[in-house]
Design a protein around this ligand. Structure first.
Ligand code: DGL
Length: 280
C-alpha cells in the first residue's frame, strides 16, 4: 500500500459531518503525538441515504481539501463513504487512504467464535454490501447479516444514547437483525455515530440474543489501522521519525458551523478549539 507513497504531514480525517470525530477521539488516544486535520462536510450531511454517485462526488471534494493541505495519510472516517467510494478515493490520492470497512471486517473476523457476524450501518452502507464482501473475503465460511438503522444517527446527535428511547429503538432494530440469524455473536458498529450508543447496543444485543454479543467499534479499528500504517511508513523510511513526543495539534474544518459547539464535544469527548468554515 505504501508503494511510491510517502508520509510527510499530518493525518487527514474526513466525514460527512461530526460523527467522524469518534475516529479522531480513538486516534488521539492511540497516537497522541500525531497532528490531525479534520474536515466535516456538515453542509451536506447526512450521506447515508444518498446515492453512491453523489457520495463519491462529495467525498472526492473532501479528500482533495485534505490533500491540498499535504496530509500524509487520509482516513475516511465515514462508513458510508468507505463502503461506496473507497476505490475512487484511493485512485485519486498520492498518499495512502484508509477506510472504515476493511479494519472493521478484520476485527470482526478475529473476534467471532462461531463466524456469525452482524453489521449495522446506514442505508447506503448496507446496500453497498461492502462489509459482507470484506468479511467473507477474509473468512469465506462467515455468515454475515446486515441491517440499516437510520434512526440511530439522529439519536446519537441528540445525545439520547442511554435512555429508554435509545433502548426501544435499539431493541426494534436488533430484534429484526437477530431474527435473520439467532446465532450472531459479533456485531459491527458500521457507522461513525454508533460508538456513542455502544453500551446500549451491547446491552440490548445481549438481551435480544440471549447470549453474549461482542461489539466491534469501527472507529477504534481504524485508529489501529492508522497506527500500523504509520509504523510501516516509518520502518520503511518513507516517513520521518517524529520529534520529541508531545500532544499533537487538532485543526478542525467544516462546511457549515451550525450546532457544532453543541455536537462536536459529544463525539470527540473534549471541546475542539474551534472549526474553521470552508467551502468545497
Ligand atoms: N458518517 C456516516 C457514516 O458513518 C453517518 C452519517 C451520515 O449519514 O452521513 O455512515
Amino acid at each position: 500500500m505504501l508503494d511510491g507513497k510517502g508520509f510527510q504531514g499530518p493525518i487527514g480525517v474526513f466525514d460527512s459531518g461530526v460523527g467522524g470525530l469518534t475516529v479522531v477521539r480513538a486516534l488521539r488516544r492511540e497516537l497522541p503525538a500525531e497532528d490531525i486535520i479534520y474536515l466535516g462536510d456538515t453542509a451536506r450531511v447526512p450521506y447515508g441515504g444518498k446515492s453512491p454517485r453523489t457520495v463519491e462526488r462529495y467525498a472526492l471534494a473532501c479528500q482533495q481539501f485534505l490533500l491540498d493541505r499535504e496530509v500524509a495519510l487520509v482516513l475516511v472516517a465515514c462508513n458510508t463513504v468507505s463502503a461506496t467510494a473507497l476505490p475512487a478515493l484511493a485512485e485519486a490520492s498520492p498518499v495512502p487512504v484508509i477506510g472504515a470497512v476493511e479494519p472493521g471486517a478484520q476485527v470482526a473476523v478475529a473476534t467471532t467464535r462461531n463466524r456469525h457476524i452482524g453489521v449495522i450501518g446506514t442505508l447506503a452502507t448496507v446496500r453497498s454490501g461492502a462489509y459482507v464482501r470484506a468479511i467473507t473475503a477474509l473468512e469465506p465460511t462467515a455468515k454475515v447479516s446486515s441491517l440499516a438503522c437510520p434512526l440511530l444517527v439522529p439519536l446519537a446527535e441528540e445525545g439520547w444514547v442511554d435512555d429508554e428511547i435509545a433502548s426501544m429503538v435499539a431493541r426494534r432494530y436488533l430484534t429484526q437483525l437477530f431474527a435473520a440469524d439467532r446465532e450472531l455473536d459479533t456485531l459491527v458498529l458500521g457507522c461513525t455515530h454508533y460508538p456513542l450508543l455502544g453500551e446500549t447496543l451491547h446491552r440490548v444485543a445481549t438481551e435480544v440474543a440471549g447470549h453474549p454479543v461482542a461489539i466491534v467499534d469501527s472507529a477504534v479499528a481504524m485508529a489501529n489501522a492508522a497506527r500500523r500504517e504509520l509504523a510501516r511508513g516509518r520502518a520503511a523510511g518513507s516517513l520521518p521519525a517524529r520529534g520529541p513526543a508531545g500532544p499533537g495539534r487538532l485543526d478542525c474544518y467544516a462546511t457549515d458551523t451550525s450546532r457544532l459547539e453543541e455536537l462536536a464535544p459529544r463525539f470527540l469527548g473534549e471541546a475542539p478549539s474551534g472549526f474553521a468554515l470552508v467551502d468545497l
